[in-house]
Design a protein around this ligand. Structure first.
Ligand code: ADP
Ligand code: MG
Length: 344
């Protein structure tokens, strides 16, 4: 590891760089939402607020995890093809947002990806390459148009037996937004939220200097970064091939799956980073753009017109960004190269 390539060290470094920012009470990390979640509260940070935040994260997990039997998703999935199931309004809101990104991405992002995720088992002990006939068997079950939401009744129905929801690509973003809601209500002005690499930098520095967030180097171990985003009150979310994967015969099988062919997406990308305002949207977008690839992904992003930017890292370590991306992002690792936009 090169010196100063640990994000952990880096955040300490940030604090030392900006002594105008009062010291936080120690940050708190817990394993929730399938990952290590770390929160650092500054100024009026206190234990009771940490407790509230982690309680809320656990609540979200208990509603939206597909791996918890009694969660909303667990119950909806078991009743697929049978009946509509009551779900919490928060679950319905996140699912509706996920469906919006399914629409925008032409189905490359699809919250009904559950059966395919289960089949591959990437990131679990059951990870394996499925047989082609198994993939062909579950692909017709992946179809967001077969999700029926009745908002008045607060229910969800999956039309086909065997269908299954998976909100793994959006729930952490929602959870980060919820953490900020609690932080704001507690009167805290600055905080760093890191939900397994979904970063939300809340507030700005007292001296008006932005937070500096290291962006994961997709070819090195966790914590190594290849560039820095300078942000205030923004979220920085990355989807990449390094997050969850297994290897077989020297080939890597990562966890973002193509709804078209059922295999890990191969768009020549190692990662996509989104810098934006809503962490829920940025989370859905990082997965959507990774699945769509550079050309279609940047068209989708530019069509949103909400100051969100994306940074794409290609297999040859070249880096491309959407309009305005490099005003917020600086490359720090010389193995990577920023390329100009491909003109269409
Ligand atoms: P991470 O969870 O590692 O931060 P993502 O936000 O990109 O990464 O989410 C990846 C997760 O989303 C997968 O583990 C799986 O549960 C789910 N997923 C995989 N492929 C898709 C897809 N095409 N559309 C929607 N969700 C997906
Ligand atoms: Mg995502």
């Amino acid at each position: 590891m090169k010196p100063m390539q640990k994000i952990g060290c880096f955040i300490c470094f940030v604090l030392i760089l900006f002594p105008g920012c009062s010291a936080p009470i120690p940050s708190r990390s817990e394993f929730v939402l399938g990952t290590v979640c770390s929160i650092s509260l500054y100024d009026r940070g206190r234990q009771s607020v940490y407790r509230k935040i982690f309680d809320r994260l656990r609540e979200i997990e208990n509603l939206m995890s597909a791996n918890i039997e009694d969660s909303d998703l667990g119950r909806i999935n078991r009743a697929a093809g049978i009946e509509a199931v009551a779900a919490h309004p928060d679950t319905i809101m996140v699912l509706k947002r996920a469906i919006r990104f399914a629409e925008l991405s032409g189905g490359a992002f699809d919250p009904s990806i559950g059966p395919l995720v289960k089949l591959w088992g990437i990131g679990s002990d059951a990870g394996r390459i499925p047989e082609e006939h198994e993939i062909a068997g579950v692909l017709p079950l992946v179809n967001w148009k077969d999700i029926v939401i009745d908002e008045a009744a607060s229910t969800v129905f999956l039309k086909q037996p065997g269908m299954g929801l998976d909100l793994g690509a959006i729930a952490k973003g929602y959870a980060a937004d919820e953490a900020v809601r609690i932080i704001r209500a507690a009167g805290i002005k600055r905080a760093l939220i890191d939900l397994g690499g979904n970063i939300l930098a809340y507030g700005s520095k007292r001296d008006r200097r932005p937070w500096r967030v290291g962006i994961q180097n997709p070819v090195e171990g966790r914590g190594a970064y290849f560039g820095i985003a300078e942000v205030e009150n923004k979220t920085v979310v990355t989807s990449g091939v390094y997050e969850r994967f297994f290897e077989s015969d020297g080939k890597r099988y990562h966890h973002i799956l193509s709804t078209r062919d059922g295999y890990p997406v191969d768009q020549g990308l190692l990662s996509v980073t989104i810098i934006g305002h809503s962490s829920m949207d940025a989370d859905a977008l990082s997965t959507s753009l990774f699945a769509l690839g550079y050309e279609r992904g940047s068209i989708l992003l530019e069509s949103l017109d909400d100051n969100t930017v994306a940074i794409f890292v290609f297999a040859d370590l070249s880096v491309r960004g959407t309009s305005g991306a490099f005003e917020q992002f600086t490359l720090t690792d010389e193995d990577f190269k920023i390329m100009s936009k491909i003109l269409r």
